[in-house]
Design a protein around this ligand. Structure first.
Ligand code: IVH
Length: 680
C-alpha cells in the first residue's frame, strides 16, 4: 500500500471504528461481530505502526471505548479501568509466555479464568458496605449506576469475614444468564418491543436503565475477577480471589492455577467446547500472571496490564448449502429475507435458517441459490451468512434476485430513500400486517388485552371476526364461544390446541371492556403508526390533547415539539390522510379514550420547569402516576441522588442512606404534601 492510500484507509478505519464503538457502547446495539470489529482494529493498529505520521489523537487506538451517557452522574475511578490485550491465536499466547518469562527472568505461574461476556463494573465497599458501582465509561470516569447494581442478588450489600480492607474497590462483569435472557426477549417480542440481539446487550441496556425498579425485576448476575488496592499483603491474584469469595462475593469456581503454558492452552481448548454447556456467555479466556510481585514488575502500558492477556474464541463458523430464500412480512410491512439452509450443527444447535437482513446484504454477498455458504454464530441468537465458498459454485446457478411483490398479498414492494428495508405498502390488506397490527394493539403497553394473547388474534382473523381494532369492540359471547384451533408444533414447541370455552370467552370480553379505560397516549401508541413508539405517543398526546387536534396538525407544528422530526411528522401526516384510518378512528371513538384525561390536561404547567426529582419510599398514589405528573409540569425524574437533583420526594419508609446522601449534598427533602403545594 502506498503512502496516500494508507492515509486514506487509516482515516476511513478511524471513522468506521468510531461508528461501531458508538453503536456498541452507547446504543448497546452493535452491528458487527466482535471478531469483525477486532479485525478492523487490528488493521488500523498495523497501518498506524507502519505509518505513525498518520496517527490522529482521535484514533480509537489512542483511547479506550466509552459508554458514558448523559443521564447518570459521572464518577472518577479510584484506579483507571483498563482493558486487556487480546488475541485469537494460540501462537500469540505462547509469545506472551516467552515475553513474560524474558521480562521476569523466571517461569511464572498463571491463573486462567473465563472471560465473562457482559459489562464491566467497578464496585466500591467502604467498611464492608456496598457504596458505589460505576461503569467503565472512558476508563477514567464512568456512570454511577449504584442503585441499579445494588438490585443484583448475588452482590452482598454487606461483606462478612476477616481482614476486609476499609476501602475496597473490586472489578467484575455483570451478565445476563441465558434462561432469563430468553424469557426477556419473548416478553419484549410479545409487547411489540425490539428484542435484544444478545445477552451482553441485554446486560448493558439493563445496567443503564434509568428506573431501578425495572432493573430489580431482571435476573442480572455478576462475577468478580479483580481486587484493586494500592497496598496489600496478598501474595497472589489467586489468593485475592479466594479472599473475595470468603467475604461473600461471587467469584467463579472455574478458575485454574497453571504451572506452564501447555496447561493454559489445554484450559483454553477444554473451555472452547465446554462453554456451550454454561448457562451464560463467555467470549474467551483471561490469562493472568499469578504472583503479585511479578505483576508489579511487569507493570502496565497506557491501556492494559502487561501481566494479563485475553484469548478470544472465534465465532463458530460452518459451511453448508443455501437451498432457498423465504421472505417474511413483519407488522410494519418490512420484508425480511431468510436463508433456508441444509441442516448443519453449529455451536451445539441444528441450524436450518439464517438471517440475511436486507437486499443490500444479499447483493454484497452476490448470493446464488445452491451456493456453499459460511454460517456464523457469534453473540447473536440468530446465525448469519458471512461469506461464500466461491470455488464450490455451480456454473449454471442462479443469482438471488430480491422479490418485487409481497409474498403474502402480491402488492408491489417499495423501498424508501435512505432505508435498507423493502416494504409492502398494503398495510390494511396484507394478512401478516393486519394480524401484526392487531397483536400490537392488544399488547401490554398499548391496550393491554392480555386475554387475547398467544395466538387468539390469529383465530379471530382466521374466522373472519376481526380485521381492524374496531372489530374487537363488536365481538359478542355468541360469536366467540366454541372457536377452536390446533397450532402446529414449531421448533422447540409442542402442538397446542386452543378452545374458546365459557371462561376464556368471558376473560376476552372483560379484557376488551377494561381497555376502554386505557389513557389516550397508550391508545395512540396502539394504533401502530410507523415511528410512533411509546415515548413519542406520550409527547404527542401531551401536546395536542385530543386525536382530532393531532390529526389535523401540520408538519410545522409537529416538528416544533421536542424530539419530533421530519420522519415522525411525515409518517403521522401520511397515516392520517388515509380514508381507512379516518374511518378506523371514527369507529373506535365510541369505545376508547381519544382525549387526555381532565386531570392531565388541567395539571399541565411549567411549575416544576427543569427541576430534577428523585422519588423514594411509599406513597398512596402509584409512583408512575407521580412521575407522570412531574413530567407534565415540566420537571425531570432522576434515578439516583446526585448534584443534579433539586428535590428528594420522600415517602413512607424511605431508606436512611437516601436521606443521608440528600442531606450531605444539600438537596431539599420534601414530603408529598409539600410537593402538592408546589403544584398549586
Ligand atoms: S481482567 C486489569 N478478568 O474483559 C484487569 N477481565 O478488556 C483487567 N472480562 O472489559 C480485566 N472476564 O470487563 C478480567 N475474568 C476476567 C474477565 C474480564 C471478562 C472483561 C472485562 C474487560 C474486558 C477486557
Amino acid at each position: 500500500m502506498d503512502k496516500s492510500s494508507a492515509k486514506g484507509r487509516i482515516n476511513e478505519l478511524v471513522s468506521i471504528i468510531e461508528k461501531h464503538n458508538y453503536k456498541y457502547y452507547v446504543l448497546s446495539q452493535p452491528e458487527i461481530s466482535d471478531y469483525d470489529f477486532d479485525m478492523l482494529l487490528e488493521e488500523l493498529i498495523r497501518l498506524e505502526k507502519d505509518y505513525p505520521e498518520f496517527i490522529s489523537p482521535n484514533s480509537p487506538t489512542q483511547k479506550v471505548g466509552g459508554d458514558i451517557s448523559k443521564e447518570f452522574q459521572q464518577v472518577e475511578h479510584l484506579f483507571p479501568m483498563l482493558s486487556l490485550g487480546n488475541t485469537y491465536s494460540e501462537e500469540e499466547i505462547r509469545e506472551f509466555d516467552k515475553r513474560t518469562k524474558k521480562l521476569l527472568h523466571n517461569d511464572p505461574e498463571y491463573v486462567c479464568e473465563l472471560k465473562y461476556d457482559g459489562v464491566s463494573i467497578s464496585i466500591t465497599y467502604e467498611n464492608g458496605k456496598f457504596v458505589k458501582a460505576v461503569t467503565r465509561g472512558d476508563g477514567t470516569k464512568g456512570d454511577d449506576v449504584t442503585q441499579n447494581v445494588k438490585t443484583i442478588k448475588v452482590l452482598p450489600h454487606l461483606l462478612h469475614g476477616d481482614n476486609i480492607p476499609e476501602l475496597l474497590e473490586i472489578r467484575g462483569e455483570i451478565y445476563y444468564p441465558h434462561n432469563g435472557f430468553n424469557k426477556l426477549n419473548e416478553e419484549r417480542i410479545k409487547n411489540g418491543e425490539a428484542p435484544f440481539a444478545n445477552p451482553r446487550n441485554a446486560a448493558s441496556g439493563t445496567v443503564k436503565t434509568l428506573d431501578s425498579s425495572i432493573v430489580a425485576k431482571r435476573p442480572l448476575s455478576c462475577f468478580i475477577y479483580y481486587l484493586m488496592s494500592h497496598e496489600d499483603s496478598f501474595i497472589s491474584h489467586y489468593e485475592k480471589l479466594e479472599s473475595l469469595k470468603s467475604w461473600g462475593l461471587p467469584v467463579s469456581n472455574d478458575i485454574k492455577v497453571c504451572k506452564a503454558i501447555d496447561e493454559v492452552l489445554q484450559y483454553i481448548q477444554d473451555w472452547d467446547t465446554k462453554r456451550q454447556q454454561l448457562p451464560y456467555d463467555i467470549d474467551g479466556i483471561v490469562i493472568k500472571v499469578n504472583a503479585s510481585k511479578d505483576q508489579l514488575a511487569l507493570g502496565m502500558t497506557a491501556k492494559s496490564p502487561r501481566w494479563a492477556i485475553a484469548y478470544k474464541f472465534k465465532a463458530e463458523r460452518v459451511k453448508t448449502k443455501l437451498l432457498s430464500i423465504s421472505y417474511q412480512v413483519g407488522r410494519t410491512g418490512a420484508i425480511t429475507p431468510v436463508a433456508n439452509l441444509e441442516a448443519v450443527q453449529l455451536a451445539g444447535t441444528t441450524v436450518k435458517r439464517a438471517s440475511l437482513h436486507n437486499a443490500d446484504i444479499i447483493d454484497q454477498l452476490n448470493l446464488h441459490i445452491g451456493d456453499s455458504v459460511y454460517v456464523e454464530k457469534g453473540g447473536e441468537i440468530i446465525p448469519k451468512i458471512v461469506g461464500i465458498a466461491i470455488e464450490d459454485r455451480e456454473a449454471d446457478s442462479n443469482v438471488v434476485n430480491f422479490i418485487s411483490h409481497c409474498p403474502e398479498c402480491n402488492t408491489v414492494l417499495v423501498r424508501k430513500e435512505g432505508e435498507a428495508a423493502h416494504y409492502c405498502p398494503n398495510e390494511d390488506g396484507c394478512p401478516p400486517q393486519i394480524k401484526g397490527k392487531l397483536e400490537h394493539f392488544i399488547s401490554r403497553n398499548a391496550l393491554n388485552i392480555d386475554s387475547l394473547g398467544e395466538g387468539k388474534i390469529e383465530m379471530l382473523f382466521d374466522n373472519n371476526l376481526v380485521r381492524t381494532p374496531s372489530d374487537l369492540y363488536l365481538l359478542t359471547y355468541d360469536s366467540l364461544i366454541g372457536l377452536e384451533k390446533t397450532f402446529k408444533a414449531e421448533e422447540g414447541k409442542k402442538e397446542r390446541k386452543v378452545s374458546f370455552k365459557d371462561k376464556t370467552v368471558k376473560n376476552i370480553l372483560q379484557g376488551i371492556q377494561n381497555s376502554k379505560e386505557v389513557p389516550f397516549e397508550r391508545v395512540l401508541f396502539g394504533l401502530g403508526i410507523r415511528h410512533i413508539g411509546r415515548t413519542v405517543a406520550k409527547k404527542l398526546a401531551k401536546n395536542f390533547k385530543t386525536i382530532d387536534q393531532l390529526l389535523i396538525a401540520d408538519h410545522e407544528s409537529l416538528i416544533t415539539i421536542d424530539e419530533i422530526g421530519d420522519k415522525i411528522a411525515n409518517s403521522l401526516i401520511e397515516w392520517s390522510t388515509k380514508e381507512e384510518h379516518k374511518k378506523l378512528i371514527n369507529d373506535l371513538k365510541p369505545y376508547l379514550q381519544f382525549e387526555m384525561e381532565e386531570s392531565d390536561t388541567v395539571a399541565a404547567s411549567s411549575k416544576l420547569q427543569d427541576k430534577g426529582f428523585v422519588i423514594s419510599g411509599k406513597f398512596e398514589l402509584a409512583r408512575d402516576a407521580i412521575k407522570n405528573e412531574i413530567e407534565i409540569n415540566g420537571g425531570r425524574n432522576l434515578s439516583s441522588i446526585s448534584s443534579k437533583t433539586d428535590y428528594l420526594l420522600a415517602g413512607e419508609k424511605i431508606g436512611p442512606s437516601k436521606l443521608a446522601k440528600a442531606e450531605k449534598l444539600g438537596i431539599k427533602i420534601i414530603s408529598y404534601e409539600e410537593y402538592k403545594e408546589m403544584l398549586k
